[in-house]
Write a protein that binds this ligand. Sequence first.
Ligand code: PMT
Length: 397
Amino acid sequence: MLQGKKIVLGITGSIAAYKSCLIIRQLIKKGAEVQVVITPAGKEFITPITLSALTSKPVISEFFSQRDGTWHSHVDLGLWADAMLIAPATAATIGKMANGIADNMLITTYLSMKAPVFVAPAMDLDMYAHPSTQQNLKTLQSYGNHIIESGTGFLASKLEGKGRMEEPENIVASLESYFAGSCSMKGKKVLITAGPTYEKIDPVRFIGNYSSGKMGFALAEECARRGAQVELVCGPVSASMQAAHPGVHRIDVESAKEMHEACLSFFPSMDAAILCAAVADFAPETVAERKIKRTGDDMLIRLKPNPDIAASLGQIKEKHQTLVGFALETHDEEAHAQDKMKRKNFDFIVLNSLNDEGAGFRTDTNKISIISQAGKEDFPLKSKQEVAKDIVDRLNL
Ligand code: PMT
């Protein structure tokens, strides 16, 4: 899986830097080409001579080569690589990555990187457990970076043994499994809806909901990672929601009507659609042209039904197409999900309940059941990235 792959290995100032030699050895043994980019602090822990001897390439650390002033282009590296791995990644580097502080060659390379980025944190437990580190890791993950951690992952509640860099063989295995999955959906096209819809009341107010888009974006990234071409139709989400993978084409819409039109135009050429958006079922019957002023004690807004996107696609679905829906419920969860699956002609439906802690809107985690004709499968609480894998596995494309 790593044969011929070009890997940029970023090394930072951690005691675990010596383990990067083992990572390089294993990557090269598996046929990869490795280019090291090291931070100034990284060089305090391991010498560039050792690293260039192992990779058969000069190590890049400064913007200019000290000898002849040659300019090292981080942009070229960003285009050259099939993946970037930062191992070990210190709290300082993780913080700079999360906030775009481009004060060394490694960070500028990261910011120019077109390929997927893997980050193996290395620090002591207190630094790792600090809310700022945890927040920075979450930020990196929301940018589509892959965090490789020792233990069960930073989203788990237990922190024992955390912070220590994952063992080199497991880091290399993560890259291998990434590349193994990266062609399983090659040539396939998937439509994904994400986020909320906003239904205008007047120029300053709307009817909306709490969807952040995190679940839909995780699904888009996962399909693209497996080689699919993704049309991501997304409602108004925060500016921090970014689909990093070049295989994701994003179409921004605001209302259910706009989302409906976009989905209808894409769906006929798709192999599958996953409808994760929280679409408003109703919109104000009329939109006031000017801001509505307070007049009496109460106020009435008359609503009209929005188009049901899922049901429309369910009606025109062809045999070769797979249609997947979501159900967000607060009570009688399974019965409601079963009903939606039949009414909207879904091949399967993903049920998440607001009664489960860490599930549903805005969280980085979700707890789902997948319901199909074959029955019901329950999954434990996982990161939305892991949940996306479980869902995409079942597309059978
Ligand atoms: O975005 P996050 O903060 O990460 O939160 C994720 C989520 C909670 C929004 C997501 O996991 C989820 O459950 N999405 C569907 C929410 C929802 O609106 O469910 P529903 O039961 O109202 O709708 C059922 C299905 O029909 C959904 O696939 C929905 O996209 C679709 N639908 C609903 C109404 C409508 N007018 N058109 C539709 O296509």
